[in-house]
Write a protein that binds this ligand. Structure first.
Ligand SMILES: [Zn+2]
Length: 114
């Protein structure tokens, strides 16, 4: 197995896996296996609600303030529950359908996870 990285502390390659960590036999340094690409990619994709909770496709959320719908006279009231959200890219990062209103796009900062 040549996939084990060299020790980040002493740069020697006398390293081995131990559980979730790599261990350096030379200097005794231990470090976690998964601190690289995985974590970065996940961080980019994460959408969080107003309280910092991570949102996922299919979640239900509740509006935390009244929201005027652009280009209409509709105001979505605080406390409105929105089921089965879909995360999308962009300024309005939640795609959803709201009972009685139809398809909407919301900003994650104005909702909290239900
Ligand atoms: Zn080392």
């Amino acid at each position: 197995m040549s996939t084990i990285p060299p020790c980040p502390q002493c740069t020697l390659e006398n390293t081995y896996p131990d559980g979730d960590n790599y261990v350096c036999a030379d200097c005794g340094h231990e470090w976690p296996m998964q601190e690289t690409a995985d974590a970065d990619a996940a961080a980019d994709a994460v959408v969080k609600d107003a309280h910092g909770n991570v949102l996922s496709d299919g979640d239900s959320v509740v509006l935390i303030k009244d929201l005027k719908v652009k280009g209409s006279s509709i105001t979505l009231k605080v406390g409105t529950k929105v089921r089965n959200i879909r995360l999308v890219e962009g300024d309005h990062n939640i795609d959803c359908k709201i009972d009685g209103f139809g398809a909407m796009q919301l900003k994650s900062e104005f909702v909290r996870k239900a």
